[in-house]
Design a protein around this ligand. Structure first.
Ligand code: DSN
Length: 432
């Protein structure tokens, strides 16, 4: 397949980058994209991201810029903010964070003083680096206390490995955090902000909800919204929300000035207005009824993938999923297979996913004993529950037959045949 990308056609002056863009497009079209934090942005989102807005400096906010010539830019950013507020029913929106990590750091900076205590989820049980990993700058500025999951159980009706709210409350009462953070990057169950709100209220803490992974599910009505319950909601725009790579913050009106100042000038300089335009496009797309259908299909597909992975012999953390992701423990499938090797084998078979620690993982975070799979991207491509069963079978096959290069190549061919029926960028061929 030799797709010609309209983006690369602009790059005649740089054949090396042009070739790489085309190669990446081929990779995305011919292999399975199962990384839970990825998606296929629309061609409209791609167009805005690649627009002339990249040329403009716009430090400040609409109506209060430090540079001239921002009349058009102000309209773009106002549209993005208004669409985002309408999408989530929020009082205030900041669309300038370059990433989810920046959104989180800015939220901490808005609400806290250095040294204040934050209660957040353990990285090795599903939390994010910015939830207090020793490797993150967040842990050098603020003091983190971490909660985790309930133990795993053999009882299929109550498999455990869900957020331990007794532990959250006990830690909150003992440590008196100024901020409690809800949200995760590798947790497959619904997180209801109300469960955290009551604990935050009991100890007088702010509540921040980091819904980077589930923002699209919330926007589409497939998951409960934290807006109106949490004081601040942070997220990325490129995962289930299917926009350009970037971040955003929602807050109550009384925190608006603190949040805005924390992003600029507190943490960032000039905003990426081309990305903000693309965020506005994505927020409009997410308001369409078809996006709600999409969000529900993502969840349905993850449930189908979970069932099929269990048939293949994987143990799933928490026994299954309520959202877009599944965390598979490899130890039951093959005790000798690490997450690192499994990820590499799947890459050879055309299946893109990432290794992930599982609770109480005996291996290091670089090696791991788990794999994380997500359904947001391939649902965008049009796959449904029947294809999820095929995907699980392909995963099982390639991992079982990993020592046989011919068998791995056969899986890769079967993956390409499946992907050919579900091409997210078929429309690119039709554009000039
Ligand atoms: N890197 C993201 C993820 O994969 O979940 C989190 O920042």
């Amino acid at each position: 397949m030799t797709p010609s990308s309209p983006l690369s056609r602009w790059l005649v002056s740089d054949p090396e980058i042009s070739r790489l863009l085309d190669e990446e497009l081929v990779r995305q079209r011919t292999t399975l994209q199962l990384i839970a934090s990825e998606n296929f942005a629309s061609t409209a989102v791609l167009a805005a991201t690649g627009s002339v807005l990249t040329n403009k400096y716009a430090e400040g906010y609409p109506g209060r810029r430090y540079y001239g010539g921002n009349q058009v830019i102000d309209e773009v950013e106002d549209l993005a903010r208004d669409r985002l507020k309408a999408l989530f029913g929020a009082e205030h929106a900041n669309v300038q964070p370059h990433s989810g990590a920046n959104a989180n750091v800015a939220a901490y900076q808005a609400l806290l003083e250095p040294g204040d205590t934050i209660l957040a989820m353990r990285l090795d049980q599903g939390g994010h680096l910015t939830h207090g990993s020793p490797a993150s700058i967040t842990s050098k500025i603020w003091r983190f206390v971490s909660y985790g999951l309930t133990p795993a159980s053999d009882d299929p009706s109550a498999p455990g490995e869900i957020i331990d709210f007794d532990q959250v409350r006990d830690l909150a009462l003992a440590e008196r955090p100024k901020l409690i953070v809800a949200g995760a990057t590798a947790y497959s169950r619904i997180i209801d902000a109300k469960d955290f709100r009551s604990i935050a209220d009991e100890v007088g803490a702010y509540l921040m909800f980091d819904c980077a992974h589930t923002a699209g599910l919330i926007a589409g009505g497939a998951h409960p919204s934290p807006v109106g319950i949490a004081d601040v909601v942070t997220f990325t725009t490129h995962k289930t929300l299917r926009g350009p790579r970037g971040g955003a913050i929602l807050s109550t009106q009384d925190l608006a000035k603190k949040i805005d100042s924390a992003i600029f000038p507190g943490l960032q300089g000039g905003p990426l207005e081309h990305v903000i335009a693309a965020k506005a496009v994505a927020f409009k797309e997410a308001q369409a009824p078809s996006f709600s259908v999409y969000a529900h299909k993502v969840v349905e597909n993850a449930a189908a993938l979970a069932v099929a992975l269990k048939v293949e012999g994987f143990r799933l953390v928490s026994g299954g999923t309520d959202n877009h992701l599944v965390l598979a423990d490899l130890q039951a499938f093959d005790a000798d297979l690490t997450g690192k090797e499994a990820q590499e084998v799947m890459d050879r078979g055309g299946i893109t996913a990432n290794r992930n620690t599982v609770p109480d993982d005996p291996r290091s975070p670089f090696v791991t004993s788990g794999l994380r799979f997500g359904t947001a991207a391939e649902t965008t491509a049009g796959m449904g529950p029947d294809q999820m069963a095929q995907v699980a079978s392909l995963i099982g096959r390639v991992l079982r037959e990993r020592g046989d290069e011919v068998a791995v190549k056969t899986v890769r061919d079967d993956v390409a045949a499946l992907c050919a029926q579900f091409d997210p960028y078929a429309a690119l061929d039709e554009q000039g």
